[in-house]
Each structure stands twice: as C-alpha cells, then as structure tokens.
Design a protein around this ligand. Structure first.
Ligand SMILES: *[C@@H]1O[C@H](CO)[C@@H](O)[C@H](O)[C@H]1NC(C)=O
Ligand SMILES: *[C@@H]1O[C@H](CO)[C@@H](O)[C@H](O)[C@H]1NC(C)=O
Length: 327
C-alpha cells in the first residue's frame, strides 16, 4: 500500500473537489471563492500550492511599491524576498493546473502612486513583462519566474491626500486589458474597492470597461458592512447597489468579507456559518453574483472558513451558471 504524504492528500482532495463540481470552466476565474495570499509566512498561511486548491482565484499580494519612477517591489511577507520569489513559479503553475486562476495584486499599504497617464502605462508595461505574457526582458526581470499569471487585481486601500492616482487607474487597467486575448491567453482585471459606492480611486477604471471582476470590501466600512448586532441589511443593500451600478463589462461581483477577526478592526466580521446560511442564500440569486472573496492571511482561520462555504451550494452554486451565460 502506498502511503500518502500530506501533499498527496491535498492534491487528491483537490481532484475530488474538482470532479464533484462537475466540469469547471477553465475560461473564467469566477464564480467561486476568492482568496488573498502572501502577507504572512509558509507556516502561518501555508505555501501557495498547499492553499490554492479550494479557490477559483487566488490573488498574490502585494506589489506594493510602483509608479512615480520607483523601482517596483513585491512584498510577500515572510514567504520570500524580492530576489528569491522565483521559487513560486512552480507553485503558481501547479495551482493553475488545478483550475485555479492566479492574479498579482497591486496596492494595500505600500508606497505606490501613478503620477500621469504615461506613468500608468509604464507600470502596466512593467506588469505585462514581469508577471504576464510579456517576456522581452527575460527571466531576470520576472520576480515570480516564468509562470504566466492570469490577471491583475487592484487592492487600492488608500492613497495620500489629494493623491492624483485616482485619475490614472483606468489608464493602467485599459493598458493591461489591451493584452487580453479572448481566443487565447486571457488577461483578467479585478478590482477590490471599499464598499461605499462609488469608490473614489477605482470608479473610473470600473466604468472604463477594463475591469472584469469586482469584489468590494464589506468590512472596515460601517456604512455597508454586517453589523455587530447581526444586521445584514447594509451589506445586502450595498451589494445590490454595486451589482446594479457596474457597467455590463463587469462579469461578476463577489462579496468581499474578512475570514478572520483581526482583518476587521472596524467591523464587518461574521462567522462562516452566517455567511453560509444567511448571506449566500440571499446573494446567490443575483445574476451578477460572483462568489465570496475571503480576506485573511491567517491560514488557520482562512481554511476552516472556506471549508464551511465550500460545502454550501449557494456560496459556489453559480460557478457553472455564470460561466456558460457570459463566456
Ligand atoms: C514614497 O515614494 C515617494 C516617491 O518616490 C518618495 O519620495 C518617498 O520617500 C517614499 N516614502 C517611503 C516611506 O518610502
Ligand atoms: C478607457 O480608458 C482608455 C485609456 O484612457 C481610453 O482609451 C478608453 O477610451 C476608455 N474607455 C472607455 C469605455 O471609457
């Protein structure tokens, strides 16, 4: 009898999961569960290829320094430093083989800016050459090695006061989207705005027609999050507002929630059973429903949270429905 290592068990579970979900579209990253990865350590959130299998999309975060003539910099917590992250190439490819889309996520807390249309174009060119299908400058230019990522996520958290970046995100996304080949290798663009609609930074990009998926963050935003008192109405009403307001170029809107309490000092955290039993059962009827985005870099909390949702028809049910109607 062959003894199974932990890794084989994980891969076997992944295979069974994929089979049990039926024919999963290889063309679209959504709907399903979306996760972020990259801000802690292999011990705390597992390696990318250990964690990715339960999700339709994993955003590697973050490229948190770029623009304004700065040398772009990847910040992947304790997983690796800028010059040793090429080891992730193989893990990315493994996740992709399991049907998981892998995006590079830009933003969060770093020192980033876009100072002009030309600057945005420069950053887009960099991303194309460093993470996507462009390879003009060779491997030494690619922090994650040869693996070609599936898309780019904008996790624009905050910008300095009067930051002009808000005028240029659409230049960046439009530039990236020029590389999208619907007949061949896709370049997806997703945006993770704060939940109050519209988002001051990402609104132009979303309305530019160059954003495919939106996962607003329904946390740390008291006006549109799940209340401490169990009130779901603000979250649900704002989710509906987003789905009604985005242009038809947006394929799906996912519900962004924290999968651990420490991600939500200003509120919005709810137990996974509430998401499964109350939130998913309501939002899944929305034609633009694109699944649940889980925000946490704590694997010990993220995993059981995702596990609870994975067994729920509604949380992932439209996986096939949307794909066949929009792709
Ligand atoms: C952020 O970037 C700007 C522009 O390059 C630079 O002047 C500033 O010193 C940077 N700040 C930090 C904290 O790195
Ligand atoms: C999106 O932005 C690009 C870059 O500025 C522009 O060329 C394009 O016309 C815009 N598209 C829409 C639909 O606004």
């Amino acid at each position: 009898m062959i003894s199974l290592t932990n890794t084989s068990v994980i891969f076997l579970s992944a295979l069974l999961l994929v089979l049990s979900l039926g024919k999963r579209s290889l063309g679209s990253p959504l709907p399903g569960l979306v996760a972020y990865w990259g801000q802690s350590s292999d011990d705390d959130e597992f390696t990318l290829d250990q964690m990715c299998w339960m999700y339709s999309t994993v955003n590697i975060g973050f490229l948190d320094k770029f623009g304004g003539g700065q040398e772009p910099e990847l910040n992947l917590g304790k997983h690796c430093t800028q010059d040793c992250c090429t080891k992730l190439s193989r893990q990315i490819t493994r996740c992709q083989r399991m049907g998981v889309k892998v995006f590079i996520s830009l933003g969060s807390d770093g020192n980033y800016t876009l100072t002009s249309k030309e600057d945005a174009k420069k950053v887009a060119d960099y991303i194309w050459m460093a993470f996507l299908g462009g390879n003009d400058y060779g491997l030494t230019f690619r922090p994650l090695g040869n693996a070609v990522l599936d898309g780019v996520d904008l996790y624009i958290k905050k910008s300095p006061k009067n930051d002009p970046t808000r005028d240029f995100w659409h230049e960046l996304t439009a530039s990236l989207k020029e590389h999208d080949d619907p007949e061949g290798k896709r370049v997806y663009v997703s945006a993770s705005p704060q939940c109050p609609y519209p988002d001051p930074y990402l609104d132009r990009a979303i309305n530019n027609g160059s954003v495919d998926y939106v996962w607003p963050r329904f946390f740390n935003n008291p006006s549109c999050q799940y209340g401490d008192d169990g009130d779901q109405s603000k979250l649900l009403a704002t989710y509906t507002l987003w789905t009604r307001s985005v242009p038809s170029t947006v394929q799906a809107v996912a519900v962004g929630i924290p999968a651990s309490r420490d991600q939500a000092p200003e509120g919005g955290y709810m137990e996974s059973s509430i998401v499964r039993d109350d939130i998913c059962t309501t939002v899944y009827t929305n034609a633009l429903y694109g699944g649940i985005m889980l925000y946490s870099f704590n694997g010990l909390e993220l995993y059981p949270f995702a596990k609870t949702l994975e067994v729920s028809g509604e949380c992932i049910a439209k996986r096939q429905g949307i794909v066949s109607s929009s792709m």
